[in-house]
Design a protein around this ligand. Sequence first.
Ligand code: TXD
Length: 306
Amino acid sequence: MKKIAIIGAGQVGATTAHRIAEKGLGNIVLIDVVESVKGKALDLLEAAPIEGHDCRIIGSTDYKEIRDSDIVVVTAGLPRKPGMTREDLLEKNKEIVKEAAENIKKYAPNSIVIVVTNPLDVMSYLVLKTTGFDTKRVIGMAGILDSTRFRAFIADELDVSKRDVDAMVLGSHGDTMVPIPEYTTVAGIPITELLSKEKIKEVIERTRNAGAEIVSYLKTGSAYYAPSAAVAEMVEAIINDSRRLVPASAYLQGEYGYSDLYMGVPVKLGKNGIEKIYELKLSKEAKGQLDKSAGIIKANIKEAMK
Ligand code: TXD
């Protein structure tokens, strides 16, 4: 079995472990600074006879336990509270993520890293620079989440099965994310054929604010069911080498005209991590929005690397 380490056993980390175990994807090591991580791991393990999987699951406060992991998921760090943007988390989370990255480099030098901690694109950059890993092996999770939100809202709007909706959301995982209606379809039909311009605008706005909408209800934390489903989908694609084509935050070196930053783009995910980055033709409007997204990410990267 493959070994999957999850750094940070909070809402997203623990729920991700739950999903990965029930899919039987590999043995799991949960790492956190708080002792409760050991209890969460035991609780998950004790469900195994009922769920019918044989994954080993341990919880630890010692990074040594991630030794030789095949995949490491980084969720350690603070989540948003009402009124906060993802960028507001930068100062606190950069120290936590840097520490995680140093330990990944030391104990799991051949792993593929999926970064989840916010601000997502900036934290992915920090992990890449701290580990020195090949750019294929450091991937940010955001696009699948933003797209699944967009898909769910479109399906509701049209009263069709959620399974039939495919969507593409590019750019930063933040208020400047760029949902692309031209590449968003229902059973192959572009949504531009099915929904009015105004409706599409409305759904895009709701997608951009979907994280904040949940934070406003939860008050003490942010979303984790859909985020963990998105992470598990990425882990599964890598472990099964299924070459899924999904949006994810990737290190760009000239693609879309941007360099030396992480941003959400369509990628092929397989056993080596990012097997390919796809460059889509974009409308002037979408490219303009992407430029704005890139500008914000660049500024935050500068701040993070100080
Ligand atoms: O789309 C996306 N990328 C995201 C990102 C979707 C959802 C959540 N997103 C972000 O993930 C969120 O803004 C946060 O920055 C992280 C984690 O969110 P989560 O909801 O899981 O936060 P919790 O429940 O507070 O869990 C964080 C855990 C908690 O158990 C801490 O004790 C632990 O991180 N933590 C640490 N673990 C290891 N090492 C260190 N130093 C550490 N510091 C805190």
